[in-house]
Design a protein around this ligand. Structure first.
Ligand code: NI
Ligand code: MN
Length: 229
């Protein structure tokens, strides 16, 4: 068994877990880094980390077309329901739920979460997913560095996907400190090079991380995949 992870650019992540298709923060329309378009994506589940437009993105259209269930915090799940999403599942920070694709827990993230129309999007979250073979995948969401990443690391992280773009989230220096707290086996940086404002030298960052820590960094181009096995 393996889990295939695809980065579509910015913070858009596709996961294929035993044939279950998940899409996280599906921002395709208006995303200059997107490697595909919202009408081509397959999804059984859509995960939304927080309410910002570059994360909610095309979720409603994808949910409508595919029938996918939208999973997020209670405020955002309710908002999707009010906008016509047929299937939603509300969780909240610290709470986990067993889905066919694994056990999904919402984690802290230090950020904002207002929805595109100004509605209250609750608190921003990250995701800790334990897939059926026991592997643990941490998707940090948009966040600054926080010390309790150490607690998440205590769970034994196989893959961490963390922002390095700076300005709105951790930049490279804090993302390196995050890796030291999380101690993941594999790391994939995201939320960078979408716009000029988020330009980063990911190759230089990867060398720093690998020199400082045992984690293996995988630099994906939008549309490329990594298989966790
Ligand atoms: Ni954000
Ligand atoms: Mn963002």
């Amino acid at each position: 068994m393996s889990t295939k992870i695809t980065w579509y650019g910015h913070a858009v992540i596709g996961l294929d877990v035993d044939g279950w298709k998940l899409i996280v923060d599906p921002y395709f329309t208006g995303n200059p880094a997107a490697s595909t378009t919202a009408d081509k994506v397959q999804a059984d589940y859509i995960l939304i980390s927080h309410g910002h437009g570059d994360h909610v993105g095309d979720a409603l259209a994808i949910a409508e077309r595919t029938g996918a269930e939208v999973i997020s915090n209670a405020e955002i799940a309710d908002w999707f329901e009010s906008k016509g999403a047929k299937k939603t599942h509300a969780q909240h920070i610290g709470g986990g739920h067993q889905y066919p694709f694994g056990y999904l827990k919402l984690t802290n993230a230090v950020h904002g979460s207002a929805l595109p129309d100004g509605s209250n999007g609750g608190n921003p979250a990250g995701f800790l997913l334990t897939v059926p073979d026991g592997k643990k995948i941490y998707l940090a969401g948009d966040t600054g560095l926080f010390g309790d990443m150490r607690l998440i690391g205590e769970e034994g992280i196989d893959l961490a996907m963390i922002p390095i773009g700076d300005n709105y989230t951790m930049g490279p220096a804090d993302a390196l400190r995050a890796v030291k707290l999380l101690q993941p086996k594999h790391v994939i940086p995201i939320h960078y090079n979408t716009f000029d404002l988020l330009k980063q030298d990911a190759a230089a960052w990867a060398r720093q991380v690998e020199a400082a820590n045992g984690s293996k960094v995988h630099l994906l181009k939008p549309g490329e995949s990594f298989t966790l096995e």
